[in-house]
Design a protein around this ligand. Structure first.
Ligand code: DAH
Length: 348
């Protein structure tokens, strides 16, 4: 039996030196260590031996098995490593190459403010309309109780395309268009906001520009009151700034509203103490508003007897400057990516 084992070891060595790949290695493994391997035959024959011989042969069998297993595993590891090296050489992956960059676009801060305000008013049932920036003197001024020669036109000097055509000075021109439409349709209720660019000879400082954006809104109906106006504007300020914001209404003058007010919020920087932002007053002006003037109803073909309305005008840049702490209005128009990228994921 010992000689049989010796021969087996010899055969194994002869076989293993010829192995060139893992398929051949598998064959050797099956032949020498598999179920039908000769070594197993030897184990079976050990039955007939006496105790002493059993121990000697048993030990020899175990040693032979470990020797074969060790050699086979050694080769298996070698083949795996070679396979891996070949694969690495084939798939040259350069992990130091920079990845593909897909830059995100983003909303402009002015659009962010418009979207936010539009969402608030849509929630209140307002329609959203976008109007023409080129309009007639009639709709921009006359139908809003700003007849030719009216002193309030002074503050809204603009670009004239011809004697009767202007770049609109406010988005309130859409109120005139929509009221005229309402009268033509015989309607008695409408709530709408409009937004867009407006133009004025007004660029004296860092907070004014000859072109800027406004959102104008109004509600016309049977019993629209000043209380409705106060509620809507307070709600707007709470949504835009914060729930606890203090809002005050100050008497003012606009030709198309009577009474007219300006709405202020308590300065959120100094909480009313007085600082640079609120020009030491403790209050920040946010928008203009009022109840629609009877003259405006009439000028647009509506009967002021049966109707009442509230209206308001919001400067988009002004709100954006307050919300985002921007001090120069020109930052909005220069398309400097360092500026614009700051608003990338705002609100998301
Ligand atoms: N159009 C005004 C302006 O440009 C703002 C304004 C004030 C609009 C009161 C309104 C309003 O609709 O009711 O200064």
């Amino acid at each position: 039996m010992e000689s049989k084992i010796e021969r087996l070891i010899k055969d194994f060595h002869q076989a293993i030196v010829k192995v060139e790949n893992s398929a051949q290695l598998d064959e050797v493994r099956i032949t020498y260590l598999g179920k039908n391997a000769e070594l197993n035959q030897v184990v079976k024959e050990m039955r007939n031996l006496d105790e002493n011989q059993k121990r000697t042969i048993g030990q020899l069998v175990n040693e032979t098995r470990s020797l074969m297993t060790e050699k086979i595993n050694e080769l298996a590891t070698k083949f795996n490593q070679e396979k891996l090296n070949a694969q690495l050489a084939r798939e040259k992956l350069n992990v130091t190459l920079p990845g593909k960059n897909h830059p995100f676009g983003s909303w402009h801060p002015l659009n962010l403010v418009i979207n936010e305000i539009a969402t608030i008013f849509e929630g209140l049932g307002f329609q959203m309309v976008n109007g023409s920036e080129v309009d007639t003197d009639l709709f921009n001024f006359q139908k809003l109780n700003l007849p030719e020669g009216h002193p309030a036109r002074e503050m809204q000097d603009t670009f004239y395309l011809d004697e009767q055509t202007v770049l609109r000075t406010h988005s309130t021109n859409m109120t005139a268009h929509l009221l005229t439409q309402l009268s033509e349709q015989g309607g008695d209720y409408l709530a709408a906001i409009s937004y867009g660019n407006v133009y004025r000879r007004d660029d004296d400082d860092a907070t004014h520009s000859h072109q800027f954006m406004q959102i104008d809104g109004f509600v016309v109906g049977k019993d629209i009151s000043f209380a409705n106006l106060k509620w809507i504007l307070t709600y707007l300020c709470q949504r835009l700034f914060n729930v606890d914001v203090k809002v005050r209404f100050r008497p003012s003058y606009f030709p198309f509203t009577q009474p007219s007010v300006e709405a202020d919020i308590a300065c959120f920087k100094c909480h009313g103490q007085g600082c640079e932002l609120c020009k030491q007053s403790g209050w920040i002006e946010v928008l203009g508003a009022g109840l629609i003037h009877d003259e405006v109803f009439q000028a647009n073909g509506l009967d002021p007897q049966g109707l009442s309305g509230l209206a308001f005008g919001i400067g988009v840049e002004r709100i954006a400057m307050l919300k985002f702490g921007i001090t120069n209005i020109r930052d909005f128009y220069e398309n400097n990516l360092q500026f614009l990228n700051q608003f990338k994921f705002y609100g998301n």
